[in-house]
Design a protein around this ligand. Structure first.
Ligand SMILES: Nc1ncnc2c1ncn2[C@@H]1O[C@H](COP(=O)(O)OP(=O)(O)OP(=O)(O)O)[C@@H](O)[C@H]1O
Ligand SMILES: [Mg+2]
Length: 262
């Protein structure tokens, strides 16, 4: 039996080109849990996602991140993926010349490791099945990765990757942005289908709407590069109704962005 996945972020600080963006962030995610992070623009949400995934632009200056008790920050990007971490990006990249199916198969094989590659037949079967669930046209497997995909198609494609990779900790950065109402339900169904005791989620979103479909266990608010408030689903509902001013007042925060001196 595999252990329940566990991501621990302790007092994480990170900077980009001498500008500190994450300023002492604490968060813990276990298998079976869905955490949502909300927060105004420019408060460091995507930076958190990129830093966890190991984007080379972000330099960690303090703190600790453990995945299943191992030091995540010491791992290369591919090792992080093998450890079970996955990021659906806010702005997925387009890669010309690499077909979606080639990309997906390489990603799966990188995660499975040498000598344990997925057979072509099995890969095609799995991909067809998941594309069906996401109501994606078969032609998307032969197209170049994200090239010319509409905003919503890119988001669906990120979820397709997640479904095929079967990660242990899934970070979804604004997976709902640009989705029409039907697509939102389809993507939410895909996420819900993946929910299980051996998988944890971190869902970054601006809108309560997604959380109506994917019910979070915990909701966190990010300001000034750290989590300033946590609660249950009712917190997201209050934010939708009242915005962020009451939190800023409660905490005495004037500038909620990462530019504030904290
Ligand atoms: N490469 C960079 N160079 C300079 N500043 C950067 C860079 N990357 C991020 N930042 C700054 O860090 C801050 C946080 O950005 P981030 O993308 O993490 O915010 P966010 O909370 O995800 O916002 P949004 O809700 O708009 O997606 C912003 O002010 C942004 O301009
Ligand atoms: Mg962002």
């Amino acid at each position: 039996m595999t252990a329940v996945p566990h991501l621990q972020i302790k007092n994480l600080r990170a900077k980009i080109e001498d500008k500190e963006i994450l300023k002492g962030l604490n968060l813990e995610i276990k298998g079976g849990e869905v955490h949502a992070i909300m927060g105004p623009n420019g408060t460091g949400k995507s930076t958190l996602a990129s830093t966890l995934m190991g984007h080379p632009k972000y330099e960690v200056t303090d703190g600790e991140v453990l995945i299943n008790d191992e030091d995540l920050l010491e791992m290369a990007v591919d090792e992080r993926a093998r450890a079970g971490l996955f990021l659906a990006m806010q702005y997925p990249s387009e890669i010309s010349g690499v077909t979606n199916s080639d990309f997906l198969r390489s990603a799966i094989n990188a995660r499975r490791g040498e000598g344990n590659e997925i057979s072509l037949m099995k890969f095609i079967r799995e991909m067809d099945k998941k594309m069906n669930t996401l109501e994606m046209d078969e032609s998307f497997s032969h197209r170049y990765l994200n090239e010319g995909f509409s905003g919503g198609e890119k988001k669906r494609n990120e979820i397709l990757q997640m479904m095929l990779l079967e990660p242990a900790i899934c970070i979804l950065d604004e997976i709902d942005s640009g989705l029409d109402i039907d697509a939102l339900k389809i993507v939410a169904n895909g996420v819900n289908e993946m929910r299980s005791a051996d998988r944890g989620f971190l869902i970054i979103t601006h809108y309560q709407r997604l959380l109506n479909y994917v019910k979070p266990d915990f909701v966190h608010v990010m300001m000034q590069g750290r989590i300033v408030k946590s609660g249950g689903p009712e917190l997201a509902e209050r934010l939708e109704a009242e915005g962020y001013d009451w939190i800023k007042e409660e905490l005495g925060i004037e500038d909620e962005t990462v530019n504030a001196n904290v």
